[in-house]
Write a protein that binds this ligand. Structure first.
Ligand SMILES: NC(=O)CC(=O)C(=O)O
Length: 284
């Protein structure tokens, strides 16, 4: 392997577990500071949490919603450029054409908007006595897949509940993604039960890296996030994680290791596409 290829086969990823408050300006300035901190530690890709500029809840989306471009994406664009990083801007409530979306904007190191992923699967659940949440009361779903290129690897983007849909991760893998990022905000019921399990499942099924970024836990908020932002490797192991507090989680993404795992257990080429297949029914 050439020296350049070797240099490009590894990079540092940072996941920012931000303590989100009801003061948008504070969320933006703190996110900006932590992006700088992550870049200062050598990170090339930085991921923010779901709803990083607003409390998470159907009662807040309208009030905090912005158009893109807007105040929050302006800050993200500047922060990506100032620090020369690929920035997965968590998500923000987005207003467009009279509808609201839960949207993840992604910026390149020159500050350009590479894509915006609108949460495809809305979080509508009812676990009696535990949690009822209906995102669809105020949000509309996105209907496009979101993949971006970096000099290191292709990255697929989902938001929170999107991680429960194995088909989406499998499609991203088929599209050549080697890292999947999910800004997310699981809660005190589904977090301990499913958060890590889903990440390890998606990583192992597809033999790729999976990273999740949660808001830090705030016991006083109406929706209490589980925290535990995590990075899982293609073997299905947690390689980096944190607890419930505000933190930046770092992980080394090693694409040669990914290739080794895929060679050792070659499920990615052993699929029986003559018997079954997962394929998109709509163009993205
Ligand atoms: N908040 C979400 O979108 C998803 C979640 O909390 C869960 O799936 O559980």
């Amino acid at each position: 392997m050439s020296t350049l290829a070797k240099a490009m086969s590894k990079f540092r990823l940072a996941v920012v577990q931000l303590h989100v408050t009801s003061v948008k300006a504070d969320n933006l300035s703190k996110a900006r500071r932590l992006i700088r901190e992550a870049a200062g530690q050598g990170s090339k890709v930085v991921v923010l949490p779901e709803c990083f500029n607003s409390p998470y809840g159907t009662g807040f989306f309208q009030e905090y919603a912005e158009r893109i471009p807007g105040e929050s994406t302006q800050m993200l664009s500047e922060a990506a450029k100032e620090n020369g990083v690929y920035l997965v801007g968590g998500s923000i409530p987005e207003e467009d054409g009279g509808k609201l979306y839960n949207t993840c904007p992604v910026f390149g190191p020159d500050g350009t908007l590479l894509l915006k992923h609108r949460k495809i699967h809305l979080f509508d659940i009812d676990v009696p006595g535990k949690i009822r949440f209906q995102e669809s009361e105020t949000l509309s779903p996105g209907s496009a897949f979101s993949v971006f290129e970096t000099p290191f690897c292709k990255v697929g983007v989902g938001i929170c509940y999107d991680i429960r849909f194995a088909e989406m991760a499998q499609l991203y893998s088929k599209m050549g993604c080697e890292l999947l990022v999910y800004p997310g905000a699981f809660n005190m019921t589904t977090g301990p039960a499913h958060w890590e399990l889903l990440q390890r499942a998606r990583a192992l099924d597809n033999q790729l890296y999976v990273a999740t970024a949660s808001p830090a836990r705030d016991e006083t908020s109406s929706y209490i996030a589980w925290g535990h932002s995590t990075v899982v490797n293609p073997w299905g192991e947690v390689i980096s994680s944190t607890g419930s507090e505000e933190a930046v989680v770092y992980a080394e993404i090693d694409l040669q290791y990914l290739a080794d795992v895929r060679q050792q257990i070659p499920v990615t080429v052993q699929r029986r596409d003559d018997l079954y297949a997962v394929k998109p029914v709509a163009e993205s």
